[in-house]
Write a protein that binds this ligand. Sequence first.
Ligand SMILES: Nc1nc2c(ncn2[C@@H]2O[C@H](COP(=O)(O)OP(=O)(O)OP(=O)(O)O)[C@@H](O)[C@H]2O)c(=O)[nH]1
Ligand SMILES: [Mg+2]
Length: 373
Amino acid sequence: MGQPKIKVVLATYPDTFRHDEARSLVGSASSPTMSSYEITKIFTQKYLNRSRYGVGSGKAEEIRQFVRISESERLIVDERLTSKQIHNLEKLTEVPVIDRERLILDIFNSRATTTEAKLQIQLAEIRYEMPRVRENARFTPGSGERAGKGGMGEYSVDIKFRDLKRRISYINEKLDNAKRKRDLYQQQRIKNGMPIVSLLGYTSSGKTTLFNLLTNEHKETSDSLFTTLSTTTRSLRSSIRENGTILLTDTIGFISRLPTYMIEAFKSTLEESLAADVLLLLLDCSEDKIENIRIKHSSCWEILNELRVNPTRILMVLTKSDDASREKIDAVVNDLNIPNPIVISCKTGYGIDKLKRMLITSVLKPSLAASNS
Ligand SMILES: Nc1nc2c(ncn2[C@@H]2O[C@H](COP(=O)(O)OP(=O)(O)OP(=O)(O)O)[C@@H](O)[C@H]2O)c(=O)[nH]1
Ligand SMILES: [Mg+2]
């Protein structure tokens, strides 16, 4: 029997993309005690960055009343909140408040299995905490008084800051060790002339499902967000290329509005994928709304640009075609201006042979990849 669910109220934006994504994030998350969440009501607000509560004061009061009558146990706000906003909301609603970044970190925490992923999350946790140490110092929880009158004084803020910085150096050192091992492996791979193809894309775009299909692996897949957090590399099935091995890499997915410090925390994992000879950028075309597909597409490109990836090595792959009409796929291709799309379905096998052929050609002549980007 599963744990009882925790009743939560969600405050998000009115547009469908953010609304639906926030709901999926809550559905994928669980509390530190591993209980999952059940949404009692979704409140929408055009702005979630108002100074006092994030939401407007009127909405905050509505939320307070609903939390009380529905006996909800948490409030989740789909935006980054300051310590002060969290404190104000907690005081008003009398339940713990979780902001978007905290929610993503909680999902990461519940999913991390490798030592490296755990270290990366610890790094992201510290980076989440750092600005809040300073923010906290500006008011005294419980009284709103200035620091020094029982709040965290400047002296203790400095000590806390120094401690966090020390922890960052320690984690970075450990991550560097892991990176050195990976670099060594990569040098060996280059020496042996083994081309590498990586799977990238929005979370839940179908990367691991394709990875499993092409490598005979059984890595976990699910419709929850961030099922995969660490990088796995395997050989493609030998039938793909008779005269040598191609390696395939699966990694963490992207999401919109991901703060830079979180991308940075996972950079060492991502770097392995970004260094591949060919990068397959997967895009789920089964989404109901083309607007949502467009947002996911542009979020991926924003992150790839931020990570300075050379676009000529990227091949676009539209996934889950079994769940999308021909018209929808054509509309996506036109809308996003993809010249030579590879359309696949891991469920029916559609397009998989074409993808394999395309991969062989691309790793042999990497410049061909440019025609698809
Ligand atoms: N209908 C259909 N569903 C698919 C297909 N490929 C994957 N899925 C489903 O899409 C969901 C996400 O698939 P994953 O392979 O876990 O996606 P991912 O990109 O690895 O996701 P993260 O690791 O969370 O970033 C799962 O429920 C899969 O069963 C497909 O070709 N057709
Ligand atoms: Mg995955």
